[in-house]
Design a protein around this ligand. Structure first.
Ligand code: ABF
Length: 235
């Protein structure tokens, strides 16, 4: 780790490094996406190279697949691996019940499929991601491009009567074009401000025909490893 990292990057690095304690020889490991997960992949790459760690990784995005290959981790697709021992990934928010908002990086669909196929899921994060109630971070919802404006209106209407504070959503952009996920879909970011019942909201959102998946991870995460810039780590 370079000494000129920002405090937040140091915190992410320390969380990622501690999470490698959960990785054992022979494991099939889901590799998350985002800047915190990238530290994990780099740490695991070092362990493969220097300590002879023998694992296979299942990446949750093209970006992570490229990084994992670059650092020397053997990767498989989920179809090849089928079931995983462990997934380690970042998050945009986590609450005291280990419920998460994910998808700020746009990889929520593969992340959720891989995490759900895993015996255990560990989140790595800096303490800024901790919240009492989810929802300050806009909730990403992956939708198919066909009819996305209709889906957007439908989703906003389906929020009426639910325990949320806002209902506005915006199409995520990449410059002047819609952001496109690895699966060829779009993302709606829902500005809900407060999510009172994450499980109910997740079930409702996935009822809309154009919705592929949403970024709420309920009852999926088993532990959060929280890193601090001074090197302290809490689990
Ligand atoms: C992925 O990366 C996401 O689900 C989440 O959106 C994001 C967290 O990013 P970072 O680790 O860069 O803060 O884990």
């Amino acid at each position: 780790m370079s000494s000129d990292l920002s405090p937040i990057d140091r915190a992410k690095f320390f969380a990622a490094r501690r999470a490698t304690d959960y990785v054992e020889n022979g494991m099939r490991v889901g590799l998350g996406t985002g800047s915190t997960a990238a530290w994990l992949v780099k740490c695991l790459g070092e362990m493969v190279r220097d300590d002879g760690l023998n694992i296979v990784g299942v990446p949750t995005s093209l970006q992570t697949a490229t990084l994992a290959r670059d650092v020397g981790i053997t990767i498989l697709s989920l179809d090849e691996a089928r079931w995983l021992d462990l997934t380690i990934d970042g998050a945009d928010e986590y609450d005291g019940n280990l419920n998460l908002i994910k998808g700020g990086g746009g990889a929520l669909l593969q992340e959720k499929i891989v995490a759900t196929a895993s015996e255990r899921m560990i989140v790595i994060a800096d303490a800024s991601k901790q919240v009492d109630t989810l929802g300050a971070f806009p909730l990403p919802v992956e939708v198919i491009p066909f009819g996305w404006q209709t889906t957007k209106t439908l989703v906003e209407e389906m929020l009426i009567g639910l325990d949320v504070m806002g209902r506005q959503s915006t199409l995520r952009m990449n410059g002047s074009q819609p952001f496109v996920t690895d699966e060829g879909n779009y993302i709606l970011d829902l500005n809900l401000r407060r999510i009172g019942n994450a499980q109910q909201l997740s079930l409702v959102l996935n009822q809309a025909p154009g919705v592929v998946e949403n970024g709420l991870f309920v009852d999926i995460c088993d532990a959060v490893v929280i890193g601090y810039s001074n090197g302290k780590v809490e689990v």
